[in-house]
Design a protein around this ligand. Structure first.
Ligand code: SF4
Length: 382
């Protein structure tokens, strides 16, 4: 009997990986799920988004009851309200900018099985107005900014949405939107029905067929970031090959072109080292062996188990209580958590300033504009 799945083998969120490295999907499917508190936090934030976007269709009591239930979740944080408000504002502003009230689907299951065997996923929000369709994805993560441009996850959702609504609406222009409020990343990209379906047929379909059977070639790259195969042979091979790129000949110093290349390669090595380390650590803690390595106790700092009780004892020993405590300011994040992001901005906005950031090295593909050395921050840095 076929294994019952909660998730598609070839998921939309994993598409960037299985399109680039087709055999990885089956390999990852054999490994245990690694749901972290970050993914659970993301799921909770998505629940809030859904609730807020569908609030108009709910009775007040139902809305409040559901929101209170969410708030009882141990991963709930007050700041989620501000970030999910930003997403809802984004969707509403987009919706209001359209010539007429669009059709809206929230948390819509879409099927893209015409291109991907058993392919399905859940699109956070779809807006359709005349010949235009908007597919919007909320990302709660704050690891790396996600770009909407040519994004395969969005592409698959859009193909699924075309299947669901293409016969009802004359959809031609399609927009992908990524809303990632914790990184202040709001990314948009435009394509059209012809380009999208061509991509589906020419790129996705053949790759999906290979991936579904676990065939094709292993290929390492940026997409390995979220792969569950921590001890991947191909990645090891490719990364170690990088080390042999430079011949140890004169001149003794690398050219600036070589430095640029080496930096990009070193980034890959660092990311790979992190995964390999995590694999070895888990194996050893579970009682396995990795030749040449062991688990030791890490460095730890002394800590006070109960400050208040200790302060009482110190007071009894002649140290006045006021000398044992300091009045400390709350951090900006803590204040925002306490007051709520929106209210805090309204009440205290005039006291908040964002200085220019320090010059930071970034690859050319980074979306931020090139640093302007004439700014004050440049002077500070000097
Ligand atoms: S780590 Fe290995 S299996 Fe995973 S995507 Fe990279 S090359 Fe493919």
């Amino acid at each position: 009997m076929a294994k019952k799945r909660k998730h598609a083998l070839l998921s939309a969120s994993g598409a960037v990986q299985w399109i680039h490295c087709t055999p990885s999907a089956k390999l990852c499917d054999e490994l245990p799920d690694t749901e972290t508190s970050y993914t659970q936090e993301g799921t909770l934030a998505h629940e809030i988004c859904e609730l807020k976007l569908t609030a108009d269709s709910l009775k007040t009591g139902t809305y409040t009851r559901r929101m209170n239930k969410i708030k009882k979740n141990e991963l709930y944080q007050e700041e989620m309200q501000g970030f999910t408000d930003q997403y809802v504002d984004y969707v509403e502003t987009l919706s209001n900018s359209l010539p007429e009230k669009p059709y809206m689907a929230v948390e819509k299951r879409v099927e893209f099985d015409e291109y991907v065997p058993d392919g399905f996923g859940t699109a956070d929000c779809i807006l359709i107005c005349g010949t235009v369709m908007h597919v919007i994805d909320f990302k709660y993560g704050k690891g790396v900014p996600v770009n909407a441009g040519g994004n395969p996850q969005m592409g698959l959702y859009a193909l699924g949405a075309l299947k669901a609504y293409g016969f009802l609406y004359p959809i031609e222009d399609i927009f992908f939107h990524i809303v990632q409020p914790r990184l202040n990343n709001f990314s948009t990209w435009k394509t059209n029905k012809r380009e999208l379906t061509t991509w589906g047929n020419v790129v996705v379909k053949p790759k999906a067929e290979l991936a579904y059977k676990g065939e094709g070639e292993f290929r390492s790259g940026e997409h390995c970031r979220f792969c569950k195969v921590l001890n991947c042979r191909q990645r090891a091979y490719d990364n170690l090959e990088l080390l042999e790129t430079y011949e140890t000949k004169l001149p003794p110093e690398l050219s600036d072109e070589e430095v640029g290349e080496a930096l990009a390669k070193a980034e890959q090595l660092v990311a790979w080292h992190k995964k390999l380390k995590s694999y070895a650590q888990t194996k050893l803690i579970d009682g396995g062996e990795i030749p040449g390595w062991k688990i030791v106790e890490g460095r730890s700092n002394r800590m006070i188990t109960d400050y208040e009780k200790m302060a009482d004892v110190l007071e009894q020993n002649g140290y006045p209580k006021e000398t044992l405590y300091e009045r400390a300011q709350l951090t900006l994040t803590d204040l925002e958590k306490m007051v709520g992001k929106k209210d805090f901005q309204t009440i205290c906005g005039e006291f908040i300033q964002k200085p220019n950031g320090k010059p930071t090295l970034a690859p050319e593909s980074d979306k931020r504009p090139v640093y302007n050395p004439k700014t004050t921050a440049a002077e500070d840095f000097k």
